[in-house]
Design a binder for this molecule. Structure first.
Ligand SMILES: C[S@@+](CC[C@H](N)C(=O)[O-])C[C@H]1O[C@@H](n2cnc3c(N)ncnc32)[C@H](O)[C@@H]1O
Length: 370
């Protein structure tokens, strides 16, 4: 695990990308210019075919049907009850994109396919497709041109719509891949929480609840109050129940911008939420959360981020995530480390820290109420 002050991380990362000096305002790059080729354009143009293939393979249980065997197309078509020609073409395409392996004209899972492609595996990727390759996300990206013209979401219902049904799918289907950041956050908070008399936690926009669950399972004093829309909280409650800690969870249904938040709390968590809003709106929300923290309390945040001055070419994920926020929200985008630091400071917090780890897809930030 790496921990640094936010300013130190910005400086380090700036140097690591081959950028001269540590002042992000005077960025100069020395890397090769980007080249476009017809092959690259073709691959990008047909990218949606790969998404469709993965979705269909999971929907038709193709990977489960193969399991640990090497199978022929006709036999598998009979077992799955699908057309033999349709399946043969699809199996070859899945092999072409690296999701199957061919052995003497038959088909088997690729290396590590058992971990990610079989529904019996704890790290099965299938649930993630109900979000990242969902009809809603696909339909929204089809209207990207309109979203760019407008500068925000154009779908009738989107991330800011109260009780948006996508958030039920999110709570149901966010699985193992989010746990790395939840574990990282718990690891950071636990030594600090250990000596406190109480560990009362407010988890804002808690969804599945994994961030609070991870902390509460490791710290018996922890009690968690989770804010989310009323259609989502029953799913949160179920996850606390599954983990045997439902007696330490209480839901606060309603809009996080206006519902009474109770408190005061030792810890406030707000994870993967601030990128739905502009820095100004996020700062106003952070001020509201500052008000329900005890003096000496701590806020813990996760999200994608980037260091100002870094190039999208070198670290694509946070920028592509902004593209999703463009179609899902009115004003959301990935915030830089510097913006996070400014938002914390403007909301009244001190001692902003940043934590990263290989296992965590998201960055963890903390800051304190003096
Ligand atoms: C991207 S998810 C984040 C969930 C979780 N904290 C995580 O880190 O995975 C956003 C969550 O915010 C909730 N949400 C969005 N707007 C909200 C609002 N105004 N008030 C309460 N919850 C809201 C959604 O229902 C959803 O569960």
């Amino acid at each position: 695990m790496a921990v640094r002050s936010i300013a130190a991380l910005a400086a380090l990362s700036t140097m690591a990308c081959g950028i001269k000096g540590i002042d992000e305002r005077t960025v100069m790059t020395e890397t090769e210019p980007t080249t476009v080729t017809a092959k690259k354009l073709h691959e990008i143009m047909r990218g949606y075919v790969k998404t469709a293939l993965l979705r269909t393979a999971i929907e038709l249980n193709i990977f489960d049907g193969i399991g640990d065997r090497t199978v022929d197309a006709d036999g598998l078509a009979r077992a799955l009850g699908v057309d033999a020609r349709g399946l043969r073409i699809t199996l070859d395409s899945l092999a072409a994109i690296g999701l199957l392996r061919t052995v003497d004209g038959k088909y088997a899972l690729p290396v590590d396919g058992d971990k990610f492609l079989l529904s019996s595996s704890p790290t099965f990727f299938g649930p993630s497709l109900k979000l990242g390759a969902s009809d809603w996300e696909w339909d929204a990206q089809k209207r990207l041109t309109e979203a760019v013209r407008k500068g925000g979401a154009v779908m009738d219902s989107h991330a800011l719509t109260p009780e948006f049904d996508y958030w039920e799918d999110f709570a149901e289907n966010t699985t193992w891949f989010n746990n790395g950041a939840a574990e990282l956050m718990a690891e950071q908070l636990l030594p600090w929480a250990k000596d406190r008399d109480s560990v009362d936690v407010l988890d804002v926009a808690c969804s599945h609840g994994y961030y609070g669950v991870n902390l509460a399972k490791a710290e018996p004093k922890a009690r968690v109050w989770g804010v989310d829309w009323p259609n989502v909280l029953p799913i949160t409650a179920k996850n606390y129940e599954r983990n045997g800690i439902s007696d330490r969870f209480e839901g606060i249904p309603g809009d996080m911008f206006s519902v009474p938040l109770g408190g005061p709390y030792d810890v406030v968590m707000i994870t993967n939420v601030l990128h739905h809003f502009s820095a100004d709106t996020s700062t106003n929300l952070l001020r509201r959360l500052f008000d329900v923290l005890k003096p000496g309390g701590r806020i813990a945040v996760t999200g994608h981020t980037f260091v100002e001055g870094e190039r999208p070419e070198d670290k694509p994920l946070p920028y592509l995530f902004s593209q999703i926020m463009l179609v899902m929200t009115d004003e959301g985008e990935t915030h830089s480390t510097k913006t996070y630091e400014r938002m914390f400071t403007d909301a009244g917090f001190v001692n902003p820290q940043i934590f990263t780890a290989e296992k965590a897809m998201h960055t963890v930030f903390t800051a304190d109420k003096a």
